[in-house]
Design a protein around this ligand. Structure first.
Ligand code: SF4
Length: 94
């Protein structure tokens, strides 16, 4: 399995991504392999905690079903249940 962002439309990323706090950090920091320790994940999440586009990032991850990596300060596991709730809320408002 390859770890990294799912294929994405560049125009969806362009606006908020330019303000991302993770710009300049190695991409692999936000896509820790399964054997990564908690400290690696915590370092990435700590960057997200000071990021000005956390909401946009997480919304994008939900929208494009990003299963791997740290997005919007959430881990892969955290995002699974959050995305289910997001999908439910979205269906209610559609
Ligand atoms: S929330 Fe985290 S992963 Fe998303 S853009 Fe900000 S720093 Fe990067």
């Amino acid at each position: 399995m390859t770890y990294g962002p799912a294929p994405i439309a560049a125009e969806l990323l362009a606006d908020w991504r330019s303000r991302a706090a993770c710009a300049g950090y190695p991409n692999r920091m936000f896509f820790p392999p399964p054997e990564a320790g908690a400290s690696q994940i915590e370092r990435a999440v700590a960057v997200c905690q000071v990021c000005p586009v956390t909401e946009e990032c997480l919304e994008y991850a939900f929208e494009t079903n990003q299963r791997a990596g740290i997005w919007g300060g959430t881990t892969e596991e955290e995002r699974k249940s959050l995305r289910r709730k997001w999908m439910t809320a979205r269906r209610r408002t559609a």
